[in-house]
Design a protein around this ligand. Structure first.
Ligand code: DGJ
Length: 718
């Protein structure tokens, strides 16, 4: 018999008295609780994970579940969180409780640190729980310290282990490929192990994003159901293991993928794992997303509470085929559109091996003289003259073998000394474990910024997964390469941030190949996909919106899928951080005029779209239509985006079925409802309604016109 809640191993029989109350470690947010118990054997057990109880004392009525942080080699039969090989050949670890303490951190979070140690080998493991009470977010990571006289080897070193005992488990993963990222796919977990992982290194998330949703007992909807949403903050190989045992109990182990990454720890050395971040919602996926969005803006995302710049990017407008004059023309178009920034993409550098295509030049970060005879300076000046800011694309972690950099430093590339290299997009990954290479990569940004202090934005690309897995750096332990690469990257990004704190940066990896919350400590936004077909984007943005706020999702209007009206393409892009990757030649004068108005509308709506609460109203996975809305904080104004994909007449026979019921409004407020952002430039008043009516009855916002889109504003009537 299973419990019908997300209580972990909850009581089937509640004892009248349970003797461990004094040993409970209670980690709570405003609405959720994670409770551990130290038993008489001094081992620590997970007692509860679920909705917070009003009376803390009642956690002592719940019997203990499994040992919290299970280790290899002892009595457990399933996947462990930790596996240490000791110098004497013994592969087992037993963790006993030593103590715990809580403190308040500078950002207001409450951190509980539980110290465990192996009484035989003296290795110490600390479990960190950092709690953001009002966001219902808990971050967990561990440190492992070698307390032995000789080096130890970490075989497995998870950041977190959580246990559940529910009737059923429904896992939603977000996988895909280049140009098809973050498809939401739900499966029921049965006995055995399901792993979501990557060993792609640099472009880690090419096939699967590092987050998941786990609905407990029954599939969750946007508005109901118990659901855990988790993500690993790590810009590299990750692994989530979901293992259902013979009793139907589930463990989730999250951390760096230990694949080919055994870690040697010297005497006294400590290894710190990345943060696993999770929330629990008993109001479905929507609430879990809003928990993540609010927390990210307040605590994780770089410049999380600042607005974002609209832009015109030249990549799809020109690809590699541009010169100073073409770029200046595009800047004029950017000005006319009213966007904040012009972003120069790939193809501006290299002289001995000019970057006329993707086969050469990466690594040689001097402007190509025959394309840009007056350098970047002429471009930043042109941007200034147009009253816009200037941004530039770099891919500083990579090198083309056909480059001066590679000719000088072949050993800086990750590659085998004795095998033909495998190239992905004709390039290799630079070895960021080597401090000299870190200096070089930092220098790419530093030189650009020193020579062109007006650069306001960078798009940091990364198109190649890590293959040819071998470091030439003499101090390198080869099994440390995947992990130390990521640490090297963070060193560089930290230096960039420290020296250029005003610089805003887009994380890009040939589309959404990097999409994680540790990266977003350094980047203000990311590029979810090279696929800008607006229909595909509705799905891709739906996927990423599950944990990332709209201000991080760069969404550009392009010529992909020209069959869709420019308005449709623009409305899709307006749901994230709006940009354009198109030239006026690709549009009619009416379409250009529409885009100009759309930018002005978007600017007015930015506080709602970028800072407000997201409600996904109708899923594109349901087929015919989709709708999403944003509500300004503190019962503010709202905006609804609707899209008609494959409308079917039958839907409109029963009127109530055609209505879109809104969410997140104040039921007792009245709202003026208007359709804005129309191609004819006019605003269409749709009436005045109470929030109650709009959320209970809804409005017939969908239409029977294929590829129609609408932007509906709701203004609070004072
Ligand atoms: C891949 C990115 O995703 C694109 O947006 C573009 O910047 C190209 N790289 C340039 O090579």
């Amino acid at each position: 018999m299973k419990t019908n809640s997300f209580i972990t191993l909850a009581a089937m029989m509640i004892p009248a008295f349970y003797g461990y109350a004094e040993n409970l470690i209670v980690i709570e947010t405003d609405n959720i609780a994670l409770v551990y118990d130290v038993a008489d054997d001094n081992r620590m057990y997970q007692r509860y994970l679920g909705k917070k109880l009003q009376d803390t004392k009642e956690y002592s009525l719940i019997p203990n579940g499994p040992e919290a942080h299970l280790t290899h080699g002892m009595e457990d039969y399933f996947e462990p969180a930790l596996h240490i090989n000791h110098p004497d050949g013994n592969p087992s670890t037993l963790l006993k409780y030593k103590g715990h303490e809580s403190s308040t951190l500078d950002d207001g979070a409450i951190q509980t640190v539980i110290t465990l140690a192996d009484p035989v080998y003296n290795d110490e493991v600390k479990l960190f729980y950092t709690v953001y009470p009002e966001h219902d977010i808990i971050k967990t990571h561990t440190t492992i310290t070698n307390g032995e006289k000789r080096p130890i080897e970490l075989e497995k070193y998870a950041s977190s282990m959580l246990h559940f005992s529910n009737g059923d488990y429904y896992l939603t993963q977000f996988n895909g490929d280049w140009a098809s990222e973050a498809n939401a796919i739900e499966t029921k977990l049965e006995y055995g192990k399901k792993q979501l992982d990557t060993k792609l290194g640099t472009r880690a998330n090419l096939f699967c994003s590092p987050f998941f949703q786990l609905a407990l007992d029954a599939p969750a909807s946007e508005t109901s159901g118990d659901i855990l949403v988790g993500t690993l903050a790590w810009t590299g190989n990750y692994r989530f293991t979901f293992e259902v045992d013979h009793r139907g109990e589930l463990r989730i182990i999250s951390g760096i993928n230990p694949y080919a990454s055994q870690r040697t720890l010297a005497k006294g050395e400590t290894f710190t794992t990345p943060e696993f971040i999770f929330t629990l919602s008993n109001e479905g996926r929507g609430k879990a997303s809003r928990n993540f969005h609010d927390w990210a803006r307040d605590h994780q995302l770089y410049k999380g509470n600042e607005t974002r710049m609209t832009l015109l990017n030249n990549w799809e407008a020109t690809y590699f085929d541009f010169n100073e004059e073409k770029l200046k023309n595009l800047m004029g178009e950017a000005k006319e559109l009213g966007v904040d920034l012009f972003l120069l993409d790939d193809g501006w550098f290299g002289n001995k091996h000019p970057r006329h295509n993707d086969t050469q030049g990466l690594g040689d970060w001097e402007p190509t003289a025959d394309k840009l005879p007056n350098g970047i300076k002429a471009l930043t000046e042109a941007a200034k003259a147009n009253g816009i800011k200037f941004g530039i694309w770099i891919e500083p972690e990579m090198v083309n073998p056909r480059s001066e950099l590679f000719e000088k430093h072949p050993d800086w590339a990750i590659s085998f000394p004795n095998r033909e290299p495998y190239y992905h997009r004709h390039q290799l990954v630079l070895d960021l474990t080597n401090p000299e290479v870190q200096d070089y990569v930092f220098g790419v940004v530093d030189r650009l910024m020193t020579e062109n202090p007006d650069i306001a934005f960078m798009k940091w690309d990364c198109n190649t997964p890590t293959t040819n897995i071998y470091s030439h750096y003499e101090k390198m332990n080869q099994t440390h390469l995947y992990v130390d690469y990521v640490r090297g990257l963070y060193n560089v990004l930290q230096r960039v941030q420290d020296k250029y704190p005003d610089l805003m940066m887009m994380m890009c990896s040939g589309g959404g190949g990097r999409s994680d919350y540790e990266g977003l400590k350094y980047f203000t936004e990311f590029w979810p996909s090279d696929d800008t077909d607006p229909i595909e984007r509705l799905y891709i943005q739906w996927g990423f919106s599950q944990i990332f706020p709209s201000k991080t999702l760069c969404s550009h209007v392009t010529t992909w899928n020209r069959a869709t009206p420019v308005k449709f393409r623009t409305n899709v892009a307006m749901m994230g951080k709006l940009g354009f990757d198109i030239k006026f030649d690709d549009m009619t004068p009416e379409e250009v005029a529409y885009c100009r108005r759309a930018v002005a509308n978007y600017n007015a709506l930015k506080p709602i779209i970028l800072e407000g609460d997201l409600y996904r109203l109708v899923s594109p996975y349901e087929g015919e239509h989709t709708a999403t809305m944003y509500v300004g904080k503190n019962d503010g104004d709202a905006v609804v985006f609707t899209f008609d994909l494959n409308p079917r007449y039958k839907q409109f026979i029963w009127k109530s079925d055609a209505n879109v019921r809104l969410q997140g409004l104040n039921p007792s407020y009245r709202y003026r409802v208007t359709e804005i952002d129309r191609t004819d430039g006019s605003d269409l008043p749709l009436g005045e309604y109470s929030g109650d009516y709009l959320m209970t009855v809804g409005l017939p916002l969908f239409t029977l016109t294929r590829l129609n889109s609408r932007v509906i504003t709701l203004n609070v009537i004072q």
